[in-house]
Design a binder for this molecule. Structure first.
Ligand code: GAL
Length: 942
């Protein structure tokens, strides 16, 4: 028995040539998904092939669900590495310890399965190498995990008792081409289907549907290996295959995904077609669709489900697309492999521009300076070409696919050039993308990842130099805004650049979803949780949605930053400027409304007449006369755009009148008692100057606080230059600041407490003076801070922390909300009157870290206290301390302490995206300097 195919660089043998993928044809089909018998072996050669013979008794085997990954079904364990191969780099060899899953299922042909004709067996995805037998006959073997493979099987089928045997090896030569940053998850993870092939069935076919934007016509031609007729009843099209028909049509775009339903009839089979007319071209140095340059507001999407890994059900795929559309995302890069083909059907239907990426990454070779890189070694070129062809042939009939991507992070080499040439020859009607070649030898777009704002601006202005070919190309960031943990920061700043410079045609957030694995021990597991000897921790959790697809604050922020209508309210002028930021749609489908709010509550509202602006146009629209008197309270205008489904598409807001500041004096006088000092409604410790209670509310005294549990972006990635603040902060001891009491000074009208706050081992410190004043029911604290020493680093935060030992549950605040916001992630935060409970204020980042701050808070009520800030503050409330949050590795490590801890921050350091990308922009940096801020506390009387 030979296992040499496992380490063979060639893609395999026995499979049919690739062709277009489709579902729903008139030919019969049988899904072979379901429970399969399963046996796991530690090596490729542990068992001979006798299990594939008819009559083999697999009664003692266990079972796995197909599609699925055996490591997520109790057999072995997943491994997470970013770019390192989890085995020695010794191509094309793989370890002797090569988990091998034998899969077996029997099936009968359903009633009515035609007696005539042949049959094809299709595997839509198997990781990483499979060998297949039907009824004891060896069909062949294949590699290319996220690509389809078909075998001719009609001659082997029996009406009943067919035995399908599939041997799957976790590691193969193909693994060297699949070093994407994700979990290694072996198994038959996509559908297995038996397709009846009638006489005169459809073979391969290529739908060419272009759009002439000057004439308003579409040209349709379907090239088909089997002759037949094409009908599109709505267009009156009835043509032979190979014939071109030109008719007036509505074009397909991601904003207007107009599809025409048609049929390809080859005599023996009718195949449903969904035709979208559109033309993609590179012209004037820009990517244009139907003559118009497009702006990608994209995400990178890996296939992920927290229980099923990359085995995605149709409902989950639809959920992704619906969530994307609802958040204004208009583009997807299928990082880093062709997705399940049904996902592309959804992209056609809902409208998303797709960069379809080939299943190719050899990133681990970077460790040896790319020596032996398969993409620059002719022996591997057949495998690369096979992958390119399987992607292009499978997906070529999707109007949503506008660019082909050769792969990801595979260095440079002749193999890539060969792929690009083959793709251009086969499909000259789309563009080619690849990020890894700075010279853009093989690509139609200059693509980069994680370039910082300044560089992107230079590129936008054409000041980046570089080879002539590249200078003539449009630019995209195929990855940016690393959405790991809290963040990404700086999205709005990028978007401004994209909208300012034509050459910048948008970007794709890294990435869509956190790949956390549902796990009883941890809630969600990440790298290292399965005892992997090499792993990259929680770097696999860097998405805009949590593993269960709950949107993270990052997605809410992204939605706001890319919203297709811009609404700028100019309160003093009483006008709103509305700008249409769509590329293709006018605004006729939207309804606009205004509301006038007094302290967050709408007191009057109405609709606003906005002309049906064309893409790029704007208009000034008058607001009504200021409706009501706010009686000293803050008032705002909020203007919204709503679509026909009642979804909010865009909003804008401006303060109409700020609140009037109360000017009565706080006349209270500190009074010394037994070990305490009374001031207004408050009681202090006379020795320490610490606040003990306010009326009936017990408190753990407010103290200056500068620490936050570092975010993934604070920590930064090890391979990046620049400051890694999370580490620097620890090095300087900001997580263990000590408070030295300098003096407690009760005066005539104030209690003053002087302190110096500093870490052991350093000379840097912060002088903090707390000045307390009061009247009968209000207590006001003014904190003055003065840094001392050579502060070379920004502060994580600057504010006070106090505890409510009696607990707190409900929180009500007037200020920014409803969600989390930090200085560079606050576009989506709008001023309003918000309610939450303490638990709901927490953002459940898979690895715990600073989270949940609400920005621009004017006042808040919780735990029996009302707190007014002057100026506005940032509010955080949690049932554990920052230190506990910092120590936690998983959400399950966080246990409530009984006390609710409030951080009232005058300022916070921005977030940035240095977990893989640029740090915090200078304007969002919290540089130590003299500061003063106040809070007024009052006990709430119910
Ligand atoms: C990129 C890579 C992605 C992912 C990302 C960081 O370099 O293409 O696959 O690793 O960095 O999360």
């Amino acid at each position: 028995m030979s296992f040499s195919y496992v380490e063979d660089v060639l893609p395999g043998h026995g499979a049919l040539p690739p062709r277009a993928w489709y579902a729903g044809s008139s030919a019969a089909s049988l899904s072979l998904n379901g429970d399969w018998r399963f046996r796991l072996s530690p090596t490729a050669d542990a068992h001979d092939e006798s299990f594939a013979a008819q009559g083999y008794d697999a009664g003692a085997w266990s079972e796995v669900a197909v599609p699925g990954h055996w490591v997520l079904q109790g057999h072995g364990a997943p491994i997470y590495t970013n770019h390192l191969y989890p085995f020695p780099v010794d191509p094309p060899h793989v370890p002797t310890e090569n988990p091998t899953g034998d899969h077996l299922r029997t099936f009968d042909l359903p009633d009515g399965w035609p007696a005539e004709g042949g049959a094809t067996l299709r595997f839509d995805g198997v990781e990483s190498c499979a060998r297949v037998w039907l009824n004891g006959t060896d069909l062949g073997e294949f590699k290319g995990s996220r690509l389809p493979h078909e075998f001719t099987v009609g001659h082997l089928l029996k009406p009943a008792g067919n035995v399908l045997a599939v041997r799957v090896h976790q590691w193969s030569a193909g693994s060297y081409l699949e070093d994407q940053d994700q979990w290694w998850l072996p198994g038959i993870f996509r559908d297995v289907t038996l397709l009846h092939r009638p006489a005169d069935c459809a073979l391969d076919f290529f739908v060419h549907a272009s759009y002439d934007h000057t004439a308003g016509t579409g040209a349709l031609r379907v090239d088909s290996d089997a002759d037949g007729r094409i009908t599109v009843p709505e267009l009156g099209v009835d043509a032979a295959t190979g014939e071109t028909v030109t008719v007036p049509v509505e074009p397909w775009t991601a904003e207007t995904p107009r599809l025409y339903t048609g049929t390809l009839d080859t005599g023996g089979e009718r195949v449903p077609l969904r035709v979208g007319f559109r033309t993609v071209e590179l012209s004037d140095g820009l990517i244009k669709v139907n003559g118009t340059p497009v702006l990608f507001k994209g995400v990178n999407r890996h296939e992920w489900h927290p229980e099923h890994g990359r085995a995605l059900d149709p409902a989950t795929m639809r959920r992704d697309v619906e969530l994307m559309k609802r958040h204004h995302i208009n583009a997807v890069r299928t990082s880093h492999y062709p997705p399940h083909p049904a996902f592309l059907d959804l992209c056609d239907e809902y409208g998303l521009w797709v960069i379809d990426e080939c299943d190719l990454e050899t990133h681990g070779f970077v460790e040896q300076g790319w020596r032996d890189n398969p993409v620059d070694d002719d022996r591997w070129t057949p495998a690369l070409l096979d992958r390119a062809a399987r992607m292009v042939e499978r997906d070529k009939n999707h109007p949503s696919v506008v660019l082909w991507s050769l792969g990801n992070e595979a260095g440079t080499g002749r193999g890539l050039t060969a792929m690009a040439e083959w793709i251009r020859g086969r499909d000259p009607e789309r563009l080619v993308h690849y990020e890894g070649d700075l010279d853009c030898r093989d690509t139609d777009v200059y693509s980069r990842m994680y370039a910082d704002h300044a560089e992107v601006e230079r590129i936008g202005r054409g000041l980046d130099g570089g080879p002539a070919r590249r200078r003539a190309l449009p630019f995209i960031l195929c990855e940016y805004a690393h959405a790991m943990g809290n963040g990404p920061g700086g999205l709005a700043d990028y978007q401004r650049l994209f909208e300012t410079h034509d050459r910048l045609q948008g970007a794709f957030v890294w990435e869509w979803i956190d790949h956390g694995i549902a796990d009883e021990r941890y809630g969600y597991a990440y790298g290292g949780d399965f005892g992997e000897e090499l792993h990259d921790g929680n770097f696999v959790c860097d998405g805009l949605v949590f593993p269960d697809r709950t949107p993270s604050p990052g997605l809410t922020e992204f939605k706001k930053v890319i919203e297709p209508v811009r609404i700028d309210v100019d309160a003093p002028a009483g006008t709103v400027r509305i700008t249409n930021r769509y590329d293709f749609r006018d605004l006729s489908g939207l309804a606009f409304s205004w509301a006038y709010e007094v302290e967050g509550e709408a007191v009057e509202a109405g609709s606003l007449v906005v002309p049906p602006l064309a893409p790029g146009e704007h208009a000034e629209v008058k607001l009504p006369a200021t409706p009501a008197d706010g009686r000293g309270k803050e008032t705002q205008w909020t203007v919204r755009a709503i679509d026909a489904d009642d979804h909010e598409v865009a909003w804008g807001q401006a303060v109409a009148d700020p609140a009037t500041v109360r000017t009565e004096a706080f006349g209270g006088r500190p009074v010394r008692g037994q070990g305490s000092i009374a001031l207004g409604p408050a009681e202090f410790d006379a020795r320490t100057g610490e606040l003990r209670r306010l009326g009936g509310v017990e408190v753990v005294s407010p103290l200056l606080d500068v620490w936050r549990a570092p975010t993934d972006n604070d920590n930064g990635a090890s391979w990046q230059g620049g400051e890694r603040l999370g580490l620097l902060w620890r090095q300087f001891g900001l997580h263990r600041m000590r408070h030295r009491l300098v003096g407690v000074e009760p005066g005539d009208d104030a209690l003053t407490v002087r302190t110096r706050v500093a870490p052991a081992g350093r000379d840097i410190g912060l002088r903090a003076v707390y000045r307390w004043i009061a009247d009968a029911d209000r207590l006001r604290l003014t904190v003055s801070v003065r840094p001392e020493g050579d502060w070379r680093l920004p502060l994580p935060r600057l504010g006070i922390r106090l505890g409510l030992p009696g607990g707190a549950d409900a929180v009500r605040w007037f200020g920014g909300g409803p969600g989390e916001a930090y200085p560079d992630t606050r576009a989506a935060s709008r001023v309003g009157l918000w309610h939450s409970d303490v638990d709901a204020l927490q953002t459940p980042y898979v690895r715990p870290q600073e989270n949940g701050a609400r920005a621009d808070v004017r006042w808040a009520e919780t735990g029996g206290l009302r707190i007014d800030g002057e100026p506005d503050f940032s509010l955080t409330a949690r049932r554990w301390t920052s230190e506990q949050l910092d120590a936690a590795e998983h959400l399950t490590d966080l246990t409530p302490t009984g006390t609710v801890w409030l951080n009232l921050d005058h300022a916070q350091q921005g977030i940035g995206s240095q977990s893989c990308g640029p740090g915090v922009l200078p304007q969002y940096r919290l540089t130590p300097g003299p500061a003063e801020f106040s809070f007024t506390f009052r006990e709430l009387t119910s």
